[in-house]
Design a binder for this molecule. Structure first.
Ligand code: HEC
Ligand code: HEC
Ligand code: HEC
Ligand code: HEC
Ligand code: HEC
Length: 733
């Protein structure tokens, strides 16, 4: 990676120095472990997705019997200190045995395991005296005298007050049930298993001094500094590391203080510079909820918020914000630049007229490969103006993750995806799916487009090599082996009729804006033909034009592709037919033809249509309503009305005047269920490219029965349907 090296990269360079080797664990490895998210649903009910997602608090509260009030208060305080220190994240291997250790840290030289810190006398810390406990927390020396690897953040914990350590000790001894689970042996071989080197490390780098308040600053500032530098051990990820992998500074004070929290790359995530960060309130909101108006936490910060900071008191969070805000921006790493009134690094708005767009849409959205890649793969969630969807998807515009010169977080999230932090405020976990199916070139192109549009326009471009290297390093898994080859809108630019093809794609994506006289509701073609007809089982357009003209039972005659398109204009869009000889219809047909590829009329195209669902499944409407409330309302509105922003539709309605009409194929329970099963909800799963699907077949039928039977526009011409053939049994009329 450019700029700052990842721990493992540095290890490669300095591999010959044992002292350094000993500290190669790299803090973030802890979080690189498989730590399955608590599934938003629990238990073996028939309909796992009908209930609201629950936040699981995994910090034990199994208090010993008969504690007197003062002891109980001390233990409670200690439990909060354990939150501040995030002990549970590292000391839990098996989720059913929190704090019993056993989480593996993979290093290039073998494995290190966290230990059992429950009060079990045999396998845990039950025999630790307070003095021994204080020594291990401040000096990293265990009760039997062996040195700990500084993967245990004792260099930060050293700053904790004795009072806090006493409370923590009381909690671990009396607030946690002993669990017998033997510690796992160090899985490293010589010389890396030599713990004596760690004493040298401590001698060279350990400050080990408790926190000293700064009398020039307010009580709040000091409280923030104490948490950040001490229990919170924020510097373990956010402070650049030196030659021996020590944090270059443990506080803002002194000549090295400028390095403190100035940004570091940990396991290929960029832990941003926290210096001069936002307003204190915005920082507090991010740490409490996992999101604020600038973005969302991603990567290993998700674990920090989930296990630790979301439980901090508001006043502690504000104190942290006040402290971080006070740190002058460093020269070492560019601080986040968040303009009070964001001005976007884009050219003037597109000309007015029938195809005028919102002012903040970058001008090269439709004319560059990166722009078209963004339009196809990112637009649904992050929107064409990069504003995201409030309360649902983070904005990319002015997002700190894009404002860094260092592109690690962007490349990483593209390759592996990420799940949002589950917090009490946002219990519903949303997925950014992995885009590892895109080539290194495509990822670089999209990255350069988003960084130029909404990040830092002067950033060095992301190269294909950077993406290739990280793909190798992260050993990115394949998402699926489907034969469906997603057409790439960016490739339209290679064609001689590129402008017409781009228009065809836009007519699918922005149908209502571009063809207001033909669309009678809030939908676009892409509402049902996902990503402009490029998603398998999302009724894609691949090969489709080879199959027309063809016999259509609903009209009882052979129809052309234009007729079929107009069928959707009339029923799905509750609108008017588009004249067959209009430039718009020609552009739409050209777009379909571009996706025809080598398809012949007799071929079967992988991923065509929306798939099937067993029509023998009997719908349960009441359960469908529950599923709607818990899985769909977030995007389609409490009452099926969709989401709008400043009068513009973001997500489509599922019923009511603005929805598809009663004569549409989607109005039929089993067509809708087949669509929902494979395509909805989005951002729920890891599926490429929308994290789509995830309900059981029965759930899809239940929810489809529910929303298809809600009030929707009539379709007078339905009377002439099916003149020769039998009407499908689930037709609504
Ligand atoms: C970033 C990960 C991490 C965090 C956070 C963390 N620990 Fe540890 N801890 C470890 C690892 C790894 C070891 C074992 C190190 C070794 O074997 O060298 C360890 C060892 C210990 C030990 C020594 C136990 C023994 O077996 O003798 C104690 C005590 C301990 N941790 C307490 C805590 C407490 C209390 C907290 C929260 C305030 C905490 N740790 C937070 C990683 C962590
Ligand atoms: C395990 C490593 C790790 C630790 C420990 C950690 N962070 Fe982070 N933090 C990160 C990474 C990585 C990011 C970048 C995430 C992103 O781009 O979304 C980040 C981002 C942030 C952000 C910006 C959020 C955003 O995404 O824009 C804030 C604020 C923050 N951290 C505060 C803290 C504080 C305060 C602490 C200590 C209580 C802390 N972090 C501890 C890794 C860590
Ligand atoms: C299905 C919805 C979805 C799609 C499609 C999607 N994202 Fe995301 N994206 C998310 C979610 C959810 C998050 C928050 C993840 C988290 O909190 O860990 C996110 C986070 C991000 C972040 C980090 C933001 C931050 O604040 O740290 C970046 C950068 C990003 N997405 C870029 C993209 C790009 C580029 C594309 C297109 C290639 C894309 N996303 C497509 C849902 C999506
Ligand atoms: C409310 C949802 C909806 C909207 C909006 C919609 N369609 Fe459709 N469309 C469908 C459904 C459902 C099918 C049938 C899919 C299946 O069962 O295979 C379909 C089928 C098609 C087909 C035939 C596909 C094939 O594989 O034979 C074409 C072509 C088509 N639509 C074009 C369009 C166009 C162009 C627009 C915008 C003007 C549009 N549709 C808008 C739901 C919709
Ligand atoms: C995270 C947001 C999100 C969630 C949650 C979600 N959808 Fe959607 N839904 C979308 C998007 C995005 C589209 C396609 C819209 C587009 O691209 O304009 C869509 C389209 C649809 C459509 C076709 C268009 C229409 O308006 O009729 C149906 C039907 C649908 N969703 C049903 C559901 C059902 C049922 C659920 C719950 C099981 C659900 N959705 C959950 C975002 C979501």
């Amino acid at each position: 990676m450019p700029q700052s090296l990842t721990p493992s990269a540095v290890t490669k360079i300095l591999g010959a120095i044992p002292l350094v080797l000993l500290w190669t664990i790299g803090y973030g490895n802890l979080f690189a472990q498989e730590q399955p998210q608590p599934r938003p649903t629990l238990g073996p009910q028939a309909s796992p997705n009908a209930s609201a997602p629950q936040v699981i608090d995994d910090l034990p509260a199994s208090y010993a019997a008969g504690l007197d009030a003062p002891t109980k208060a001390l233990v409670d305080k200690g439990r909060y200190v354990a939150r501040l220190g995030d002990c549970v994240a590292c000391h839990t291997g098996d989720k059913s045995k929190p704090l019993a250790g056993g989480l593996a840290l993979t290093t290039p030289f073998g494995k290190l395991y966290s230990t059992n810190i429950t009060p079990d006398p045999k396998t845990g810390i039950g025999r630790y005296s307070f003095e021994q406990f204080e020594r291990v927390m401040r000096k990293g020396v265990a009760s039997d005298g062996h040195n700990l690897y500084p993967a245990m953040p004792y260099p930060s914990y050293a700053k904790m007050s004795t009072d806090d350590l006493k409370a923590l000790y009381a909690y671990l001894m009396k607030g946690v049930k002993p669990v017998e689970q033997a510690n796992l042996p160090l899985g490293m071989s010589f010389p890396f298993n030599q713990r004596w080197g760690l004493a040298l490390w401590n001698w060279a780098f350990l400050e080990g001094k408790p926190f000293e308040p700064n009398p020039q600053q307010s009580a709040q500032w000091n409280r923030g500094a104490y948490i950040v530098q001490g229990a919170g051990h924020c510097g373990a990820c956010h402070t650049p590391r030196g030659i021996g992998f020590q944090e270059k500074a443990m506080s803002e004070a002194g000549p090295k203080g400028i390095y403190y929290l100035a940004g570091e790359t940990v396991e290929n995530w960029r832990a941003l510079s926290l210096r001069g960060l936002w307003t204190p309130e915005e920082t507090a909101e991010m740490l409490k909820t996992g999101r604020n108006r600038h973005g969302a936490v991603a990567g290993n910060m998700v674990d920090v918020v989930q296990h630790s900071t979301q439980y901090f008191t508001d006043s502690d969070l504000l104190a942290i914000g006040i402290y971080l805000k006070s740190l002058p921006p460093s020269e070492y790493d560019k601080p986040m630049q968040v303009a009070p009134n964001p001005t976007l690094a884009i050219a003037p708005p597109a000309p007015q007229g029938p195809i005028a767009r919102a002012a903040n849409v970058p001008v090269d959205l439709y004319t560059s490969r990166g722009g078209l890649g963004y339009l196809q793969f990112c637009n649904d969630c992050h929107r064409s103006d990069g504003a995201g969807v409030a309360g649902v998807f983070p904005p990319l515009s002015d997002n700190p993750a894009l404002q860094q010169d260092n592109p690690a977080t962007f490349v990483h999230i593209m390759l592996t995806g990420s799940k949002s932090a589950q917090t009490q405020t946002y219990a519903r976990v949303l997925t950014m799916p992995s885009f590892s199916r895109l080539s290194n070139e495509e990822i670089a192109e999209i990255g350069n487009f988003v960084r130029k549009s909404w990040g830092r326009s002067e950033s060095k471009p992301i190269t294909t090599e950077v993406v290739a290297d990280m793909r190798k390093e992260l050993d990115v898994k394949k998402i699926d082996n489907r034969k469906f080859e997603t057409p790439r809108l960016a490739n339209m630019l290679k064609e001689s009729n590129a402008p017409q093809l781009v228009q065809g794609a836009r007519l699918n994506l922005e149908t209502r804006d571009l063809l207001p006289h033909n669309v009678g509701n809030a939908l676009n073609c892409t509402s049902c033909h996902l990503n402009a007809g490029t998603v398998a089982d999302g009724s894609p357009y691949v090969g489709v034009s080879a199959f027309f003209p063809s016999y259509a039972p609903r009209s009882g005659r052979v129809i052309t592709l234009a007729d079929r398109i107009n069928g959707c204009f009339l029923r799905s869009m509750n609108g008017k037919a588009l004249p067959v000889d209009s430039a718009e219809m020609k552009a739409m047909i050209a777009y379909f033809d571009w996706m025809k590829r080598e398809t012949k009329p007799e071929d079967k195209v992988e991923g065509r249509g929306v798939g099937k669902i067993d029509t023998k499944l009997v719908p349960n409407v009441a359960n469908g309503k529950q599923i709607y409330t818990n899985q769909c309302a977030l995007c389609h509105g409490k009452d099926g009305e969709g989401i709008q922003n400043a009068g513009r539709w973001i997500y489509p309605p599922l019923w009511g005047d603005q929805s598809f009409n009663i004569g549409a194929g989607m109005a039929r329970t089993y067509t809708a269920a087949a669509f929902v099963k494979r395509n909805m909800p989005i951002a729920f799963h890891d599926n490429f490219p929308l994290g789509q699907g995830g309900l059981t077949d029965q759930e899809a039928v239940d929810v489809a029965e529910y929303f298809t039977h809600m009030p929707r526009p009539d379709f007078a011409a339905k009377a002439k349907d099916w003149p020769k053939d039998k009407k499908p049994f689930d037709a609504r009329y």
